[in-house]
Design a protein around this ligand. Structure first.
Ligand code: GLN
Length: 543
């Protein structure tokens, strides 16, 4: 499909394991584990019609899920999976689904639920274990999470591993490569789980372990050139964040200055950030970058807005207006540039795989906690496909893969490891109304905090850190004089997926040092507090 070069490319260039999602909270871990094995894997909802699939997978994994296969309304896989003649592995609900299809009486509610560890032993037949357990000796600890179970062995299958509680902890078809596991090999609590997935993907499905960012890079460049053509030009908004920087550098490598990046200064960027991004992207990485200073327009418009959602919406909307104004100028310039010639036909976005998964999720999109402001949002004519065509070269990558791709592109480590920064900038780090005075305080305090974090050598241990401004003021005493100043809130969290997070455990003297510098160096502040709230219930940003 046009406009999805990353995705189309990954299928055509790499052996793919398709994971069909039945709604388990661990499904995405299956995809992650396979990719860690350098096997490309993609996840689609369990309702996917196989006739609409644009590629042939080398194997299919049916995930776990919260439903019971025998209940009315429970999801079932397209029976065409069995006609593809590729190996199939069912995990928990996925195994129950395989058994249920053969005979609905094969699956029943168990007498007791089984959550947590179990000891598994692979069964030897004629002195060797099934090839799914190749290289795995003795018993292993596995992680179970189920209430239903197989009542009997489905026809044509045999038991390949047992546990104390599950007679059918792992089953395999007698003459077809179809397997079922009652436990979850994708969670780290399962010993040898990755080895099992490898035996399936590599040993049984025959996938080549070629999914590396170096190879992806070569393929992506070829694919972008193919999609964009000899003369086509591409426009994008960049923020200086990891995703847009990596995507921009990739475009630059593929089509040089026919790629146009626009950075909008929205007035709520961090201290010296605009200049820094300009240096990094334009000077160091050679990206064709235009910087638009719209800070005054944003700050004027933010006056009087206190509600967090209204702030986010205002910034997102204004961003699109300004980006669109600039886009028109660039499109005119590009069309009149005889050295480049082609018209701007494409709009590039640094969308990542988790966003793609979220929008495809079988469970439907989760409740809106906050309005997300992806770089640029989407101007209407770029989203509806009538004007610019969308190109999303990172759409099949996870965040750590984007970082690895950044390294493969020669982007400096400091940029590759940058903490995420929200689109609405420090506007959501100032509680209530945003004023130039509070922006200045947030900037100065944040700069001190982050510099101290870098100096202490702990930046990479922290996933995200910032200083925010609480506009309620507190009384203090400075130089024997009563002061009435703002409260600065420090926040630093560790997380692997940004879905849950914990406050970073700073040494006490570190916090003291930061407090000391902030109250002394930032005018208008007389208190500093450290936010120790985890997520949930807190979010990472304050608003
Ligand atoms: N809901 C099913 C059960 O309880 C499957 C659970 C799962 O896939 N983890 O057995």
């Amino acid at each position: 499909m046009a406009g999805e070069p990353g995705e189309a490319m990954a299928h055509s260039a790499f052996d793919t394991i398709l994971v069909l999602d039945f709604g388990s909270q661990y499904t995405h871990l299956i995809t992650r584990r396979l990719r860690e094995l350098n096997v490309f894997s993609e996840m689609l909802p369990c309702t996917q019609k196989l006739s609409e699939l644009k590629f042939t997978p080398k194997g299919i994994i049916l995930s776990g899920g919260p439903y019971s296969v025998y209940e009315e309304g429970s999801p079932h896989v397209d029976p065409a999976v069995f006609d593809l003649n590729v190996p199939i592995l069912g995990i928990c609900y996925g195994m129950q689904e395989l058994a249920y299809r053969l005979n609905p009486e094969n699956v029943i509610a168990g007498t007791h639920r089984e959550y947590g560890h179990a000891m598994l032993k692979a069964r030897s037949i004629d002195n060797h274990v099934d090839r799914l357990f190749d290289g795995i000796e003795g018993s292993m600890r596995v992680w179970m999470s189920h209430g239903d179970k197989l009542a009997k062995l489905p026809e044509g299958f045999h038991t390949i591993a047992t546990s104390d509680n599950s007679e059918y902890a792992a089953i395999g078809h007698e003459n077809k490569p179809i397997y079922g596991l009652q436990f979850h090999p994708e969670v780290t609590h399962t010993q040898n789980g990755t080895a099992l997935l490898k035996n399936f993907a590599v040993g049984i499905c025959g996938c080549k372990q070629e999914w590396t960012m170096q190879k992806f890079l070569e393929e992506a460049i070829a694919q972008i050139r193919h999609t964009v053509g000899e003369k086509g030009q591409v426009l994008a908004a960049v923020s200086g964040g990891v995703d847009s920087t990596v995507a921009a550098k990739l475009m630059k490598e593929a089509i040089g200055s026919r790629f146009w990046a626009v950075l909008v200064n929205n007035g709520v960027m961090r201290l010296n950030e605009c200049e820094q991004v300009q240096r990094d992207l334009s000077e160091a990485l050679g990206i064709n970058l235009t910087v638009v200073d719209a800070s005054q327009r944003f700050l004027d418009g933010l006056k009087g807005i206190e509600d967090p959602e209204k702030k986010r919406k205002f910034i997102g909307g204004k961003f699109i207006d300004i980006f669109e104004e600039e886009a028109i100028k660039i499109e005119e310039a590009a069309a009149n540039d005889p050295t480049k010639a082609g018209k701007i036909e494409f709009f590039m976005q640094g969308t990542l795989y988790p966003d793609v998964i979220e929008s495809l999720s079988f469970k439907g999109p989760s409740a809106t906690i906050k309005t997300h402001h992806n770089v640029g949002g989407l101007p209407a004519r770029m989203a509806n496909g009538q004007g610019l065509k969308l190109i999303e070269p990172l759409r099949s990558l996870y965040k750590d893969e984007v970082r690895a791709l950044g390294r493969a592109l020669g982007i400096p480590e400091e940029l590759v490891m940058r903490h995420p920064f929200p689109g609405p900038g420090i506007a959501v780090r100032i509680l209530g109304e945003v004023t130039p005075e509070k922006v200045e305080i947030a900037r100065q305090a944040d700069h001190i905090f982050i510099s101290e974090i870098r100096k202490a050598g702990i930046y990479d241990q922290i996933s995200q850190a910032y200083a925010a401004v609480d506009p309620s003021r507190a009384v203090g005493v400075m130089g024997d004089k009563r002061v009435y100043g703002y409260i600065v809130v420090l926040r630093a969290v560790t997380t692997t997926d940004f879905m849950t997070a914990e406050a970073y455990n700073f040494p006490w003297d570190f916090l003291q040092r930061v407090m000391n510098r902030i109250v002394n160096e930032v005018h208008g502040v007389c208190r500093v507090v450290y936010d120790i709230t985890s997520k949930p219930p807190g979010t990472i940003e304050l608003e």
